[in-house]
Design a binder for this molecule. Structure first.
Ligand code: FES
Ligand code: FES
Length: 155
C-alpha cells in the first residue's frame, strides 16, 4: 500500500509517496539522499541510524515512513549551518570523538538532544544519553569528553 506523506527535514518541507513497509531510514537515505544516518543493525540496537523526530531521538530503522507524516525531523546533516560546523561536530574533531566515524552521526544526534534538555550535563547524564548508541571502535571516553567540552563552549 502507498501513502502520500509530507514532513519537514532539516528545515525543509518534503512530500513523498512511500510504501507501508518502508522505514524512515530507507526514505532518508534512498529517497532524500541524506546518508548521514547509517545502517548498523537494522533492529533498533546500535543507534547508528538515530535522528530527531519531533525533538526526540529515534532509531529511524524502527520507524515506518508513513508514521512521520506531519513530523519534524533532524538528521546529522541539519546540525551544521551552511558553512560552519555545529560546536558538537567541532569538538568531536578536536577531541578525537571520531575514529572510523560510523557511530558519529547517531552519537551527535543523541548529544544534540541531550544539550537541548540540559545545557551542561554531568558525565553520568552523557553516559545515560548515549545508552542507545554503540561504538564498535570503543571511542566512548573521547566521545564523552567531546560532548563535555562542547557543552562548556556553549555557555
Ligand atoms: S541501524 Fe537502527 S538501531 Fe541499528
Ligand atoms: S568511531 Fe567507529 S564505531 Fe564509533
Amino acid at each position: 500500500m502507498k501513502h502520500d506523506i509530507s514532513f519537514s527535514i532539516n528545515g525543509e518541507r518534503v512530500r513523498l509517496t512511500v510504501h507501508s513497509h518502508q522505514t524512515l531510514l530507507e526514505v532518508i537515505r534512498s529517497e532524500l539522499e541524506l546518508t548521514g544516518a547509517k545502517y548498523g543493525c537494522s533492529t533498533g540496537e546500535c543507534g547508528a541510524c538515530s535522528v530527531l523526530l519531533d525533538g526526540e531521538v529515534v532509531n529511524s530503522c524502527m520507524v515506518l515512513a508513513p508514521e512521520v507524516d506531519g513530523a519534524e525531523i533532524l538528521t546529522v546533516e541539519g546540525l551544521s549551518g551552511d558553512e560552519e560546523l555545529h560546536p558538537l561536530q567541532k569538538s568531536f574533531i578536536d577531541h578525537h570523538g571520531v575514529q572510523c566515524g560510523y557511530c558519529a552521526p547517531g552519537m551527535l544526534i543523541s548529544a544534540k538532544a541531550l544539550l537541548s534538555r540540559t545545557s551542561r550535563p554531568h558525565e553520568e547524564e552523557i553516559r545515560e544519553a548515549l545508552v542507545g548508541n554503540l561504538c564498535r571502535c570503543g571511542a566512548y571516553a573521547d566521545i564523552i569528553k567531546s560532548i563535555q567540552v562542547a557543552s562548556r563552549a556553549r555557555r
